[in-house]
Design a binder for this molecule. Structure first.
Ligand SMILES: Nc1ncnc2c1ncn2[C@@H]1O[C@H](COP(=O)(O)OP(=O)(O)O)[C@@H](O)[C@H]1O
Ligand SMILES: [Mg+2]
Length: 263
């Protein structure tokens, strides 16, 4: 159970982010409790990746604040680890699995020192956890998509951060890898980590996550899956694209889609 005296994992208040003249997140306020496995859902282009990046401080906020474990985001660098979307990585870069995982340690190692025994132990443990230890000396570019994803999770785990942010870790992996990744997420949660995971498959969202954040520019809902995967909310956010959702359950009283109001 989360300790009530401890600050929440992530607190976002009135977060607004724009790229040029386009506002992609507007007035997002949410508190993510510690030890939660949180799924971020919403349509393509809805601002899910931007939400993760603004927690990391990778994108500039127009207004609003983000704090991680009670610290303002810009002072919380070591507290949060990030697994980028696979498409955002240059897979031809000549680097081995072991080296990628060791990158997770660099923030902790003073510049004058090489990785030590303890760093290697932590990296080994992280590679074991994602079941990639035997691939340690392979070039990252030679691996399958799912294996690459697991190596990047190992890098994030090796960082030893309390909070992990993952952008679509299940995209383009086969079913076996999906289960392996889910296993790693759950193990990390059991170890007390907080995980925020961008996820696009509504059919598995309720099963995988303790909490869901539904984002399309605004935060439409945050809470337990059953409170978020409501037909009225889904209709508002996904408009005509509800096929996946209606397969999930009895869609009796589907309300007509509500168009998004203009900004
Ligand atoms: N670096 C960027 N520069 C300009 N526009 C961007 C940039 N990144 C994302 N966008 C735009 O911001 C919106 C939200 O994108 P994103 O956060 O990637 O959404 P999602 O992850 O939900 O698909 C989209 O319209 C996208 O085209
Ligand atoms: Mg995205």
């Amino acid at each position: 159970m989360a300790d009530r005296r401890m600050p929440p994992a992530i607190e976002v208040a009135h977060l607004t982010v724009s790229y040029g003249v386009q506002t992609v997140l507007f007035d997002v306020t949410v508190t993510i409790e510690r030890g939660m496995l949180v799924g971020v859902i919403g349509p393509n282009g809805g601002g899910k990746s931007t939400f993760i990046k603004s927690i990391l401080g990778f994108v500039k906020r127009d207004i609003g604040s983000v704090s991680i474990l009670g610290k303002p985001a810009d002072k919380a660098k070591g507290l949060v680890a990030y697994v980028p979307q696979r498409g955002a990585v240059d897979w031809d870069f000549p680097i081995t699995v072991g080296q990628v995982a060791m990158m997770g340690r660099y923030g902790r190692i003073p510049w004058w020192r090489d990785p030590g025994k303890e760093d290697r132990r932590i990296v080994d443990e992280a590679l074991e956890m994602v079941r990639m230890a035997e691939y340690r000396d392979r070039q990252i570019g030679q691996l399958s998509g799912g294996q690459q994803q697991r190596v990047f999770m190992a890098r994030a785990l090796a960082q030893g951060s309390e909070v992990l942010l993952l952008d679509e870790p299940f995209a383009g992996v086969d079913a076996a890898t999906e289960h392996a990744i889910l296993d790693v997420l759950r193990t990390a949660k059991e170890a007390g980590k907080t995980l925020v995971v961008v996820h696009h498959d509504l059919a598995t969202a309720a099963e995988y996550f303790d909490r869901l954040a539904l984002i399309k520019k605004r935060l439409y809902a945050y809470g337990p899956p059953r409170a978020v995967l409501r037909e009225d909310l889904m209709a508002q956010v996904y408009e005509g694209r509800l096929q996946v959702f209606s397969r999930m359950g009895e869609s009796s009283n589907m309300e007509p889609p509500v168009r998004e109001e203009s900004p």
